[in-house]
Structure formats: structure tokens, C-alpha cells
Design a binder for this molecule. Structure first.
Ligand SMILES: Nc1ncnc2c1ncn2[C@@H]1O[C@H](COP(=O)(O)OP(=O)(O)OP(=O)(O)O)[C@@H](O)[C@H]1O
Length: 226
């Protein structure tokens, strides 16, 4: 299952005119492959992820998730597709303070209507995969920043999404923890056959990418020096 953005144009209201945040952007992210998106501030990276996440409908163009064209779907069907097919990892983990690591993951399964017992076993398994088996019963304040981001990644994968969207996952981490987190995302992308798209400012992370694209003023380019 893959993520295809085809000839996407997105504008925002800007006084009496409109600002073009994405201009005829085409990006194909395939299963098991890691796509990195770079670009200066204001170039449209967050807008691109919002369109890919089906949270924002573009003015023009098509978003296809696993063969399903999203813009043709009803709002309800789009919400279900987003819940079942797209995982999100944002800069800040935004974990629920009162819940343990395991419970953070179980909430996702609950929302998708999965039975609690299998969800618990699956949550524990995923926490093991991200190296947190021993910390499954800890709450966010009992975890380091890197550990919280690992819980965040495990949570994003709880419903086995074929597409993973990642926005600057290391901005709140020191270099070593940041590298570990990107190594983990890279590994999960390949072992679980996920189509991963990651926005990053850190060119050191590009070595993981199968595909690097650069946004400049809303236009997609292939950088000459990754
Ligand atoms: N909701 C909005 N309404 C109006 N303009 C917006 C909105 N969101 C983004 N923009 C504008 O669209 C352009 C692209 O913004 P976007 O946030 O996608 O860029 P970015 O590359 O993610 O930036 P950064 O790296 O600073 O997060 C910018 O000019 C921004 O000011």
C-alpha cells in the first residue's frame, strides 16, 4: 500500500488574494520505503503533510492512499481511512499524562473498535519492538524525551497503518536520541513495509532516505546534494 500525491495545489486566504502553499506537487511514497522532505521554513512542508494526512483538502490534485482516491470519499469514509491507514508522529509526542505507555497504545485500538485483550497484547509487543518493554506501565512524566517519542511511534503503529507521516520527530531531542529515533523509524518502515514520509530539517537524517525531495516556495524539487 502506498501514498500518492498527484498534481496537488493548495492555497490559503491571504487578505484579498490567496497564498499558494503547494504548487502542482507530485510525490509518490511506496511501501517499505523512506521518503524525506526537506525545505526552508514556510516552503510548504507542513501543508504537504496535512494534505497527505487527508486533514486538508487541496484546491486541485488527487491524494491516493493504498489505491483509494481520498478526495472522492465522504467525510466519514475519509475519517475511517485516516484512522485505519495513516499513522502520525509529530514533533511533540502529546501523550495523555494520566495513561501508562501501554494504555496510550490501547486507546488507539479502542478507537478503531478492536477487542481490548488483543489490543493489550499487541501494545506490549509494540512497546517491546521500540525497546520499551520494561517501561510499559510508566506514565509520560516517568519517561525521558526519547522514550516518550518511542511511545509516540509505537502508538502511531498500533492499528498497523500502511502509511506513516512524520513531522520533525527529533526537534525536541539531543543528537544521539534523535539519531536513535530516526534509526527506529527507518527500521520499522522496512520491517513492516510502511510507506513513510518524514519532514526534517536535519540533513544528517537523509542518509536513511530512499527518496529525498525538497520544497521551495511550494514547489517540489529533487535536491542535487542529499
Ligand atoms: N492556515 C494557514 N493560513 C494561511 N496561510 C498559511 C496557513 N498555513 C500555512 N500558511 C502559509 O503557507 C506557507 C507554507 O506554510 P507551511 O507551514 O506549510 O510551511 P513549512 O515548510 O512547514 O514551514 P515551517 O518549517 O516553518 O513549519 C507559508 O507561507 C505559511 O505562512
Amino acid at each position: 500500500m502506498s501514498l500518492h500525491l498527484d498534481t496537488i495545489t493548495l492555497t490559503y486566504p491571504d487578505g484579498q488574494t490567496r497564498l499558494t502553499a503547494l504548487d502542482n506537487v507530485t510525490l509518490h511514497a511506496e511501501s517499505g520505503r523512506f521518503t524525506a522532505v526537506i525545505g526552508p521554513s514556510g516552503s510548504g512542508k507542513s501543508s504537504l503533510l496535512s494534505v497527505a494526512a487527508t486533514l486538508v483538502t487541496p484546491d486541485e490534485g488527487q491524494v491516493t492512499v493504498g489505491g483509494t482516491e481520498v478526495t472522492a470519499l465522504s467525510r466519514t469514509a475519509r475519517t475511517a481511512l485516516r484512522r485505519d491507514s495513516i499513522g502520525f508522529v509529530f514533533q511533540q509526542p502529546n501523550l495523555l499524562p494520566a495513561l501508562t505507555s501501554c494504555e496510550q497504545l490501547q486507546v488507539m485500538a479502542h478507537m478503531a473498535g478492536h477487542p481490548p485483550r488483543t489490543a493489550r497484547a499487541r501494545a506490549r509487543g509494540l512497546l517491546d519492538t521500540v525497546g520499551l518493554a520494561a517501561l510499559a506501565d510508566r506514565r509520560p512524566h516517568q519517561l525521558s524525551g526519547g522514550q516518550r517519542q518511542r511511545v509516540n511511534i509505537a502508538r502511531a503503529l498500533m492499528n498497523e497503518p500502511p502509511v506513516l507521516l512524520v513531522d520533525e520527530p527529533t526537534s525536541a531531542l539531543d543528537r544521539a536520541r534523535g539519531t536513535e529515533v530516526v534509526d527506529l523509524i527507518d527500521d520499522l518502515t522496512r520491517t513492516r513495509d510502511i510507506a513513510t514520509v518524514m519532514v526534517t530539517h536535519n540533513r544528517g537524517h537523509l542518509q536513511h532516505a530512499d527518496q529525498v525531495v525538497e520544497l521551495v516556495d511550494g514547489t517540489l524539487r529533487t535536491p542535487s546534494v542529499p
